[in-house]
Ligand binder design. Structure first.
Ligand SMILES: [Zn+2]
Length: 311
């Protein structure tokens, strides 16, 4: 039997695909090793600032992260994140700075994950998502959640330590479920969030609550947001979504009821679409589907059977 998971493997989501980087976590506490890795001539460094890094276009039409040897990198005391080692033994670091360095040439430009995620190679997208996730966590966790003291960075960006009470704090990831719900007529349920622009429709999604399984979260969120009952739930794929710290867990879910009753708080409107209805709505400009790197777009395409038309 072919499952949704098998079909998803045909075309990986860039941010979920193997990046070819070994995170080498066992080196993070080894200061001598880190110092040697940092100063090695093949090591590559990029600056991350406010969720952005510099990217540049190559002569053969690709887009890549702008990386330099460490001796050309800006000086920084603390915020040096070790990201890992590739198959050729090249080590990668990100430097968190208050601003990006001046552009080295005309075409280099700042870009965040939403833009660059679809353009970069799997290696570079993987490096950038790791760096952005660490930066977001560092920015929001400067103080000890146990005693309130200011914490210090450790483990090459992967731990914060409290000098007062000794607590160690690790990067957090918040699980969220995102699901494409289909009914017995194989129509897809898409919703429009209250704050989205007119016409934007996408999959339903929500955070997993304490003490809840991810399957339970799918059923609860669909019931809360759209009033639709869900039976069978199948996990498809996940995607890191560091805005600021989510992990999106993607599902296909089968509805056992079709009457829609939106909550009006998170979801303003929800509709069932057949494939023909969705194609016509996108082509007429009535519906703006999700695009780019989001797992929502991939879940909808998985059901639709091919890339969505452009409006
Ligand atoms: Zn503390």
């Amino acid at each position: 039997m072919t499952t949704w998971t098998d079909r998803a493997a045909d075309r990986p989501i860039t941010l979920s695909a193997p990046s070819g980087i070994d995170r080498s976590a066992h080196h993070r506490l080894d200061e001598a090793w880190l110092a040697a890795a940092w100063s090695h001539p093949t090591t590559r460094v990029f600056v991350v600032s406010g969720g952005q890094a510099l990217v540049d276009d190559t002569s053969d039409g690709r887009t890549e992260l702008v990386m330099t040897p460490s001796f050309e990198a800006p000086h920084t005391e603390n915020h040096r994140y070790f990201l890992g080692t590739d198959q050729e033994g090249v080590r990668y670091f990100a430097l968190q700075k208050d601003s990006l360095p001046g552009r080295m040439d005309q075409s280099a430009r700042p870009a965040g994950l939403r833009e660059a995620g679809v353009l970069l190679s799997e290696r570079d997208a993987g490096l950038l998502v790791h760096a952005v996730a660490l930066e977001n966590w560092q920015r929001l966790h400067r103080f000890c959640s146990r005693c309130g003291e200011r914490t210090t960075i450790a483990a090459a960006g992967h731990i914060r330590r409290c000098p007062a009470c000794g607590a160690e704090h690790y990067p957090r990831t918040d699980p969220a479920v995102i699901m494409l719900v289909t009914d017995e007529r194989d129509r897809a349920l898409l919703g429009r969030q209250v704050h989205w622009p007119e016409g934007r429709f996408s999959t339903l999604a929500g955070f997993v609550e304490p003490g809840e399984s991810i399957e339970q979260a799918v059923v609860r969120e669909v019931a809360e947001e759209a009033g639709v009952e869900v039976g069978e739930v199948e996990y498809v794929a996940s995607q890191p979504w560091p805005f600021p710290s989510s992990l999106m867990l993607g599902f296909m879910a089968r509805a056992t009821s079709s009457h829609i009753q939106v909550d009006g708080e998170e979801i303003h409107e929800a509709r069932w679409f057949s494939r023909d209805e969705l194609r016509a709505a996108i082509e007429s400009g009535e519906v703006l589907p999700p695009s780019g790197i989001s797992i929502a777009a991939r879940l909808i395409e998985l059901w639709y059977g091919e890339p969505l038309p452009r409006g």
